[in-house]
Design a protein around this ligand. Structure first.
Ligand SMILES: Cc1cc2nc3c(=O)[nH]c(=O)nc-3n(C[C@H](O)[C@H](O)[C@H](O)COP(=O)(O)OP(=O)(O)OC[C@H]3O[C@@H](n4cnc5c(N)ncnc54)[C@H](O)[C@@H]3O)c2cc1C
Length: 292
């Protein structure tokens, strides 16, 4: 099928895009990479009269190093930009390692970080990465700018804290602590498919390897990416060994998973236990990392 007839407007500034969003209200949708929205339009699950194309807004591009070690990523940065960036590889190795797992290279050439976060697919990698890295999203509307922690942004299946007149302009990623451990792992039916289950984690450690804090995030199993606080609590304070990682696994007993036509909840919970164990083993150097 093809989208219903529509007009495309091409603002060149954030202010212009926001004024168009207000002017056209629920008749309009923002479009960035189009990798989620275009299939929706083609299937006529949505039929906006107007698309506001963000691709001409230079201010939304770029990956910027900050003096304090943090990184600001413009909303229009493509998945492929993140995958290929030396700065991301150096300061955000978790993102660099995860991007090759996202879809296929053709989709990564177009899809953007802002689009992925706004779309909030429960099985998408970037929301989970933002949670694991303690990211903050920068949102702009005619009322001004605000910053929302990733932990408060994702609310459910395709549901976020973003108001209708807001757009994501950037993602702020704090500096990693020295020696921060990390891991990313997922399983999909075929390479490039959305994950049935995945884990993104970071752990801050003391110089002797004791875990001081951890963010362990699962995605693909429920309505949105979520931290696993019981597992985090079981790891914090330990100096992980293969045995202590195994002993932490009962902390996953409280997690609930959804069933759908891709996998049952029982299968997803089995996957979760396996992937969480592997992710922890990889983060603490007991297993090799796995590339897709
Ligand atoms: C076959 C296929 C496989 C895929 N597999 C994966 C996968 O494994 N993992 C994964 O994470 N993704 C996957 N995707 C989705 C892909 O990553 C998309 O690029 C991404 O989800 C949306 O980014 P986009 O820039 O294309 O957004 P668009 O499709 O342009 O927009 C998506 C939504 O976000 C809104 N939006 C866009 N930009 C902004 C902004 N700056 N502020 C506010 N709202 C905005 C739009 O209005 C729309 O509602 C797949 C897509 C396809 C077609």
């Amino acid at each position: 099928m093809k989208p219903a007839p529509l007009d495309i407007l091409a603002p060149t500034s954030v202010a212009h895009a926001l004024s168009l969003l207000v002017e056209h209200g629920d008749q309009a949708r923002l479009i960035a990479g189009g990798q989620s929205l275009m299939p929706i339009l083609a299937m006529r699950l949505a039929a906006p009269a107007i698309l506001i194309d963000l691709n001409g807004i230079g201010a939304l591009r770029g990956i910027h190093a900050q003096a304090d070690g943090s990184v600001i990523i413009g909303a229009l940065s493509r998945h492929r930009d993140l995958e290929r960036s030396d700065l991301v590889a150096e300061r955000l190795p978790l993102i660099a390692a995860a991007m090759p797992w996202v879809a296929h290279v053709q989709i990564r050439n177009r899809g953007t970080i802002g689009g992925s976060l706004a779309h909030a697919d429960p099985a998408a990698e970037l929301p989970a990465l933002c949670l694991a890295l303690g990211a903050t999203l920068e949102l702009h509307s005619p009322r001004g700018a605000r910053h929302v922690a990733a932990a408060d942004f994702f609310q459910g299946v395709f549901a976020t804290e973003r108001a209708d007149d807001e757009m994501i302009t950037a993602v702020h990623l704090p500096a990693a602590s020295p020696g921060q451990r990390w891991a990313f792992i997922e399983l999909a039916r075929r390479h490039g498919d959305f994950a049935l289950c995945g884990i993104a984690l970071t752990a801050d450690c003391s110089p002797i390897g004791q875990v001081l804090g951890a963010r362990i995030v699962v995605f693909g199993v429920s309505d949105c990416a979520q931290r696993l606080p019981q597992l985090e609590a079981a790891i914090v304070g330990t100096t992980p060994t293969p045995t202590s990682i195994d002993q932490a696994m009962p902390a996953l007993d409280q997690v609930e998973a959804r069933s759908d036509h891709h996998a049952s909840s029982e299968y997803r919970l089995e996957l979760l236990a396996t992937l969480a164990r592997r992710a922890l083993r990889q983060a603490f150097g007991f297993d090799e990392r796995i590339a897709p």
